[in-house]
Design a protein around this ligand. Sequence first.
Ligand code: NYM
Length: 212
Amino acid sequence: LSANNESRGALVVFEGLDRSGKTSQCGRLVSYLEGLGHSVELWRFPDRTTSVGQMISAYLTNKSQLDDHTIHLLFSANRWEKRSMMETKLKAGTTLIVDRYSYSGVAFSTAKGLDFEWCKAPEIGLIAPDLVVYLDITPEKAAERGGYGGERYEQLEFQRKVAQHYKLLKDSSWKIVDACQPLYDVEIQVKEIVLQHIIACQKGKILSSLWS
Ligand code: NYM
């Protein structure tokens, strides 16, 4: 077997505005895949358990103030510190379902006014997802869903800007799912798309890097 012929796990990323349903869908999907006997793990970014993650969490909960560039680089560092573990898991055949990734990093920071290319640069070389499931919801509909929590960024006006910047990041790995549908309908579509990609990775689809 050549390196590019080996079965591996899939890297599946969920993106979308706050309150688009990412966390619920990721949880349901992981239970479903486990039930089918797949080796699968649920990850999320920011990973607030690391020391970098704790700095990010303090910022998001308004316990600390940071320059916009600094917090951007911390979000990126939080992905870099997990990169080698990510590669090991994927190569060992574990599928990773990841709640937010580099696209959140760029969409949220550019929504604050940072330069698009500058925001993408620190993400170069991270593992590219095999699939990005974008849960598409209007900022207005998302805001209606039980309201936002008290964290930074959870405001309608800001979410409108994030939605515009997400659109600039869409590439061929993206599948857009209408997240205004009932939860169950979203779930069925998500399962189908994800299973197709898991099979492609089992057949030896090559791992690639951002941004290609
Ligand atoms: N966020 C998340 C960023 O601004 N940059 C990033 O790189 C990532 C991964 O953090 N409002 C923002 C988006 C969210 C917030 O995420 C916390 P969550 O999924 O609510 O824990």
